[in-house]
Unconditional design. Structure first.
Length: 305
């Protein structure tokens, strides 16, 4: 081999070695760039997954807040399947979130969890929307019922007021009719009498006391036999007895004297007497006249010694 051939051979070998070295350098550089690109893509994918997970978690928390806002109204839906559906869907979402947070496998598995979580949250959204619509509907129904009950109560109050007014009117009418039917007397007088039946000015010498009056005509009063009672209260406050008893204003009172009459709706003079064997006391005597449960007159008369 001559000198030129050697130069050509060595030069070729040098070029070949240089080419091999260049290829190696290019391969190493390309591998480094590919690794860097892969790391960047993995990092971006992880960030995207973390962002999706955060958004879904926030969305789940908001749904829970919306649902809990009306939790005190669940009494209206205690037999409704909506609450059961919501609780079941919520448990699924909570389970998926826990699995996603604990996921240590590839991003493909995380993506599958994210996809499943999106579907479960969409289901949860639909349940919450239906739930809130039901709450609103029931609230409107309850408000309408409340207004209806209020109207009924107001009508009942009006009816009660009308009934009370009618009852008062009837009571007044009854009292008016009873007042119109009762007997009326005029000219009530009261005197002491001696044993000869003459008026005695000295009450200590009197043997009897007597009241005289006139029953007025009254066409509305019931005619027939009636008993008129006289009640005398002495100056010492004791009632003089001897005329039996009668009822007035729900009480049984003692009469000092009584008289049977026959009333024919025309004017009728009446006298009632009280007989005594004791000495009467000077002073003011209260005289009351009663008939058919009514007090016809009440007056005080002084009797002197």
């Amino acid at each position: 081999m001559n000198k030129n051939q050697k130069i050509i051979l060595y030069s070729g070998i040098g070029v070949f070695v240089a080419l091999i070295a260049l290829v190696i350098v290019l391969i190493v550089n390309n591998s480094s760039q590919q690794n860097a690109a892969n790391e960047a893509l993995a990092k971006a994918d992880s960030l995207a997954l973390a962002n999706d997970r955060l958004l879904l978690t926030n969305e789940f928390n908001q749904l829970n807040a919306d649902f809990s806002q009306y939790e005190d109204q669940q009494i209206y839906l205690k037999n409704d399947s909506l609450v059961q559906q919501y609780n079941a869907a919520r448990m699924k979402v909570e389970g998926l979130l826990k699995e996603l947070n604990a996921e240590k496998r590839s991003n493909a598995s995380n993506r599958a969890r994210i996809k499943q979580l999106e579907g479960e949250i969409a289901t949860l959204k639909g349940i919450v929307r239906h739930y809130l619509e039901e709450i609103k509907r029931l609230g409107e129904e309850n408000e309408g019922l409340r207004q209806e009950i209020q109207q009924v109560n107001e009508k009942n109050q009006q009816l009660a007021a009308t009934a009370a007014t009618a009852q008062r009117d009837n009571e007044q009418l009854t009292q008016t009719v009873a007042q119109a039917k009762r007997l009326n007397i005029t000219g009530l007088s009261f005197s002491a009498y001696n044993k000869k039946g003459k008026v005695e000015k000295n009450v200590t010498k009197a043997k009897s006391l007597g009241a005289s009056f006139v029953i007025s005509p009254n066409a509305t009063a019931a005619p027939g036999h009636k008993t008129v009672y006289m009640r005398i209260v002495a100056p010492d406050g004791n009632t003089l007895t001897g005329g039996g008893t009668f009822t007035y204003d729900g009480q049984t009172l003692t009469a000092s004297g009584a008289r049977e009459i026959t009333y024919d709706n025309s004017e009728l003079p009446v006298s009632i007497y009280y007989q005594t064997n004791a000495t009467l006391t000077p002073g003011e005597y209260l005289v009351e006249i009663f008939c058919e449960g009514n007090r016809l007159a009440s007056h005080r008369f002084p009797l002197r010694k």
